[in-house]
Design a protein. Sequence first.
Lengths: 332, 376, 242
Amino acid sequence: MILHPAILALLSTSLLTSFMVLYAGWYGARIIRTWDIKSGSELQLSLERRTYLISTLVSYTLVFQLLSLFLFIYTADNLHTLFSGAMCAAGTLNVNRYGYPLLVMKIINFLLAGLWLIINHADTRGYDYPLIKVKYALLLAIAPLVLVELFFQISYFAGLEPDVITSCCGSLFSIDKPGIGGDLASLPSKPMVAAFYAGMAATLASGLYFYFKGKGGYLFSSMSCLAFSIAAASLISFICLYFYELPSHHCPFCILQKEYGYAGYALYATLLGGGVAGMGTGALMPWRNRGSMAHIIPHLQQRLTATTIFLYLLFTLIVVYRIVFSSFRISG
Amino acid sequence: MNRSLERHRNIIDFALSSLLRRKGKNISLLMVYTLIVFLVAAIMFFTHALKREASLILQDAPDMVVQRMVAGRHDPIPINYGKRIAAIRGVSAVRPRVWGYYYEPVVGANYTMMTSDSQAQGTVTIGSGVARTLRLTDGDLMTFRNYNGVPTLFQVQKIMPYESELVAADLVVTAESDLRELFNFPRGHATDLAVTVGNPRELTTVAAKIVLLLPDTRPILRSEILRTYDSIFDWRGGMMIVMLSIAVLSFVIFAWDKATGLSAEERKEIGILKSLGWETTDVLLLKFWEGTVISLSAFLVGVILAYGHVFFFSASLFEHALKGWAILYPQFKLVPVVDGGQLAILFFLTVVPYAVATIIPSWRAATLDPDAAMRS
Amino acid sequence: MIELAHVTKSFNAGRSNQFTAVSDVSLAIRPGRVTVLKGPSGSGKTTLLTLIGCMARPTSGRIVLRGLRPACLATGNETGDVEITSLPERFLTGIRRTTFGFIFQHFNLVKGISVLENVMLPAYPIGVNHRVFRNKALGLLELFNISRHASAPIDWLSGGEMQRVAIARSLINDPHVIIADEPTAHLDTRLSREFMEIIGSFKGEGKTILIASHDPIVFESPLADAVVEMRDGGITGKTDEP
């Protein structure tokens, strides 16, 4: 275990987050069992008061998840000097088998927390809290995932012994390597480029249609999720190449470094934000026309759709800008 | 959007006035908070700056240094080993280095002796630490006792500038022939060989080949040295932070206590606000902004104080724990280097625990019954 | 119109110190009139006021506000009837902010801030432009002849002046209904009569007024349209002037 301040920071934050989510989940379970909006009993009143606490806890969790996601990659990057063979975060993450799963868990938990907050926002606008049981059921599903992330985090950092030989991104994300990194890197670029633009265009089109006509919410949400996955794969497959101006450097982490203008942060922030908003739109669809939500959800969904479109456009803009102004060209 | 902004603005307004109304409590909180941020930040900045210095210095070090081992200990290496190494594919240059340590019993200090082709015989260039300890200036004479105990005089040609303290405080540079004579260095041998390799990716391969070719040698890679330095600094910095964690924990308990301990006055005030139409969310926001103002102030002041302490006063408070012990203590001013990552880590170590500690007390305050206000 | 049907409010339900403050109260409060709740302390007047004024939820029973159209609800209920009994706090507060103005027995002004800030407080969380409601507050202070104290801390004011600040504060959000709990408890006869005059002017503007008081100057005033007698949490008598 390396006593690096960043690792201490990440671990302590993870512990705090887990505690917050567990606490929230515990009360969530109580709420699911005993909630009755029509009752004026003291139990009901105290449950209503408790919902404020839970919302606050999950909001803080979301913010910490996002910040610690970036801090985690930054730390992994910084620590690469301690491992022979590692040139950037990709190598550090590969030191033991918990590195990449941890990264994936962090992203998933961030997306889920964002989704929860969107549902919570809709729910509190309704005078009869129609989504309350759904909301807390989701929270109960998130709680174990946060614990899994904590477990991965502790295992990963405990297993970080300096001087362990690992691979650098060159070999992890190289075309002839087996494994998902290599598979993503070796996706043929022309079809990937086409898929990327198609995904973005489909999201834009379905989003505008949904925004103005109010129809096709599920379609839009699915398109945005699809575009999210395609964009993520594209980052590894061809977008990075334009930043590094090297045909073989497929690493998705190096773009977070200073040399590339910290472009990685902008790309990941817009993609994650747009993804959450798109998912949220889809998640709210089943209650769109029910009771108190009929006046709330459509408007909220419009705002979310606009957010996704805006962020995805920003993402695309950054990518296109880089492609146009880079002196690198993909051939074949 | 506008309404939301206005609402925030109004609430921040009230939060500020609220903080000022309870100066005593908030100032004591602010002071402790600032102290914590200062301590953690100072340690982090110091460690980080030292690591950076080390890596910068090592940039000029050779990619690989080959030493000879006899009975498990470092021994002078025959120079013709160098010729055999130079023949390995991938090696672009091999340079024999002659250097050593000289113990001066008068002051109890160890000098690092190095050689330079540009140093005239009979003269030395010395580091500022040496000059300071022996109170030497240009042109003065220095005595060295050779391997036989016979004193030899050298004239101080130049004293290295103050800025080079960190690398060269205890350095003495002589001509190679002088050094060999002083130590009776075996002819045809050098202390070690500095090897430069064309392609950095080949370093490990070349090192392996050297060991195969010359089994009594030990190649040391610069990256390994860097890694060791980093580990040590990380470890030392981490140790201090772990020790500080007790302080952070106390601070968190203190903050929690302050947040929970609402005076009757404060309770009444919140009751009044709620009876006037402030929702629980509004009061939560009020508490959030109060906490944020305090956090930001403490963070800013703490960071500035730490920056000043580390980079202007050279971290006088705890340099001993972090730098180690020596007679020839380099006095140096660290190059200020603080980046976003450092601040982020600092944020997570100080502001996040505070924020989490105050969530529940804030919520308890915000969910006070307005009913009570009607009755009191 | 505010309708209460079999409203009960208990505290510490199910425990040994269970206390029922309001018991099976049914009442209709007509708009544009002054209704006075009369009774000794402990009769449940204050609790009833908090229930009507959307400050607390009844343990059982229903309270309906008729003729209101609170924008925050967006129920699509175009008749403008709102049952507040099962509304969550957020909506109760939303209704309360815009519909009710409170004058408390002990004024409940915040110490340590100025008179003007006290008057502006209820408008802070609504998100109206700061300058707009500041001017409104100044106007209200002017109306009650206390604008010269605008930046003075509350602590410097006399009882009567504080009363007027409390009244000004209750008006900052243009409420339809004014609720006052024992407003004349700390006032001498002259100031009490002045208070009733101010109430008269509110009535003239068409506001609905609800006062809890055991002061004869209040319940025997010609302005009082309906007097409801309460004892031990229940209604014991009602006099109504048509």
